[in-house]
Design a protein around this ligand. Structure first.
Ligand SMILES: [Fe+2]
Length: 200
């Protein structure tokens, strides 16, 4: 499959996922200005791990999981953080790419849709960003943490909302996790930033 075909297939699956998940459909409309942008792939150490251990999908998320895995070798994977911030093990078993957004494989100014993966037993310390964010779990599971709210263990089809500039964190245990994340509001092209006192 060509990169272009793989990304269109992933986008179609993501659009259907958005339509089928009430929390996601309510969060933002599906963008109507999407245009494909050929971006050079960037591989990361996590890729073979994700292909080998993508986490359990649900019947509803299996198609999206498969489409994202098919697009994965063509994606411009990013790490955002430095080894000083998160450690080498984290950078070896985590990465994300921008399916749609200001700098995505599809360009839109209306929202930002990213795909991220963490291997088992990783801790993504508290971080924040200006846009509001909705996490949707595609496969695997993780513990989602927000200040002053109960931790939630989320699996396929579950969602969690993070408000503008609200610090949040994620821990994986005996499952990896693959997520589709959507941002809305100002600052769509920004990267998340670690809460300084939590950075290692
Ligand atoms: Fe976030």
């Amino acid at each position: 499959m060509t990169a272009r075909a793989a990304f269109h297939s992933a986008l179609d699956a993501a659009r259907d996922w958005h339509a089928a998940l009430p929390a996601m459909a309510a969060f933002t409309d599906w963008p109507d200005d999407l245009r494909y942008a050929a971006r050079a792939p960037v591989s990361r150490p996590v890729l073979p791990l994700m292909e080998r251990d993508p986490g359990h999908a649900s019947p509803q998320s299996a198609r999206l999981q498969a489409a994202l895995l098919a697009a994965a070798p063509h994606a411009e994977w990013r790490l955002t953080y430095t080894e000083e911030e998160v450690g080498r093990d984290f950078l070896n078993r985590f990465a994300w790419f921008e399916l749609a957004g200001p700098d995505g494989h599809f360009v839109t100014d209306q929202c930002r849709i990213t795909v991220a993966y963490w291997g088992r037993n990783l801790f993504y310390a508290r971080h924040w960003h200006e846009p509001e964010e909705l996490y949707t779990v595609v496969s695997g599971s993780g513990i989602f943490m927000v200040d002053n709210q109960p931790d939630l263990i989320l699996g396929p089809g579950d969602t969690r909302l993070h408000l503008s500039n609200q610090p949040h964190a994620l821990r994986t245990q005996n499952d990896p996790i693959l997520v589709l994340v959507i941002w809305r509001g100002a600052g769509l092209a920004d990267d998340p930033r670690m809460v300084p006192e939590d950075a290692s």
